[in-house]
Ligand binder design. Structure first.
Ligand code: HEM
Length: 303
């Protein structure tokens, strides 16, 4: 791994932060818009959220897992160092230094000396020489869940319905297979978490099972509804599935980003566990809100 020079400023992190600020703007504009009034509603928020996720996730394919995680840690470093310089004394339980210099982050030695403990643990778990099955499962997880995340939106935008859209059925099968592979690989990876105190150990492990349930079960119910020719039910459960995917992706990363500086001194893994446990349920609530809004828009178009 090429160490960063002391002054390295990772422009990718700055660009991603800029995109996140624009994204917050699109969310506020979505909140302010009323369903069915001809405005764009949450569409810019959804599109930008998908593209930022794609930008963050494809890095792993081009750069490999350790470099992808260094970038990921670099995003958290900006926030977790806020208000503290930690030049002397012991570090609180939820922040650490890299094992070697500043190698666990894309920032150079002269910036952001401490890092979230869970982020460094994640980096450590995927170092060269670690269990190759773990890395394979990680790739399966990232690729298949990213495909499912994108496809589910395409499927909702272009439903099958009466036109007997052949692509819809095929893409639906691919999407469900990807979600299943994404959840199974996540179960495999998280089965190791009882040995990772920085994540919160077994509490985090069970939290990841909950994430799998919140993401995968709505997809499975959606498939069953379609088999029973209940198209309204199929659509509703697939919107909930999309909510589950949003929750399990963004609903872990954003709370962790916000909570990390406040939870530095809490028992180890507290912030990470909160993010993991709230993500799936938050996604399902978001899916339900989206479904209500979509139904309102449909009704207002019918009248
Ligand atoms: C069923 C829900 C999910 C579960 C249980 C889950 C589980 C996990 C776990 C356990 C890790 C950390 C690996 C470790 O150190 O052990 C992880 C990381 C990751 N997951 Fe997931 N995940 C879920 C949903 C998703 C979705 C929907 C996506 C993509 C859209 C995704 C993409 C990633 C990525 C890219 C990482 C690496 C960290 C990052 O760059 O964000 N995951 N996931």
């Amino acid at each position: 791994m090429q160490p960063a020079s002391p002054d390295t400023v990772p422009y990718g992190v700055i660009v991603t932060y800029s995109a996140l600020f624009v994204w917050i703007g699109t969310f506020i504009s979505g909140v302010c818009s009323r369903p069915g009034n001809g405005g764009k509603g949450y569409i810019p928020f959804i599109v930008l959220g998908l593209f930022i996720a794609l930008f963050l996730n494809v890095r792993y394919l081009f750069e490999g897992i350790p470099a992808g995680l260094r970038f990921f840690n670099g995003m958290y470093d900006v926030i977790v160092n806020l208000g503290e310089n930690y030049t002397k004394g012991e570090l609180p339980p939820n922040v650490v230094r890299c094992d070697n210099g500043q190698d666990c982050s894309v920032w150079g030695e002269n910036h952001f000396p401490i890092h979230s403990a869970w982020a460094v643990a994640m980096y450590r778990r995927f170092q060269p020489g670690s269990d190759p099955t773990r890395s394979i499962m990680f790739y399966i997880h990232i690729i298949s869940n990213s495909i499912a995340f994108f496809l589910v939106h395409y499927q909702i935008l272009y439903p099958g319905g009466l036109k007997k859209n052949k692509w819809h059925a095929l893409l639906g099968k691919i999407c469900f297979l990807c979600a299943t592979a994404g959840a199974l690989s996540a179960l495999w990876i998280s089965s190791e978490h009882d040995a990772v105190p920085e994540y919160g150990g077994f509490v985090a492990e069970v939290g990841f099972w909950l994430m799998c349930v919140c993401m995968w079960v709505p997809a499975a119910v959606g498939i069953l509804k379609m088999r029973n020719a209940d198209m309204a039910g199929h659509r509703a459960w697939m919107v909930r599935f999309a909510g589950g995917l949003w929750g399990t992706f963004w609903g872990t990363r954003i709370p962790a980003l916000v909570l990390d500086p406040f939870f530095r001194s809490y028992p180890i893994g507290t912030n990470f566990c909160i993010s993991v446990w709230i993500s799936g349920p938050m996604g399902l609530i978001g899916g339900e809100i989206a479904l209500n809004r979509m139904n309102k828009i449909m009704k207002s178009k019918e009248n």
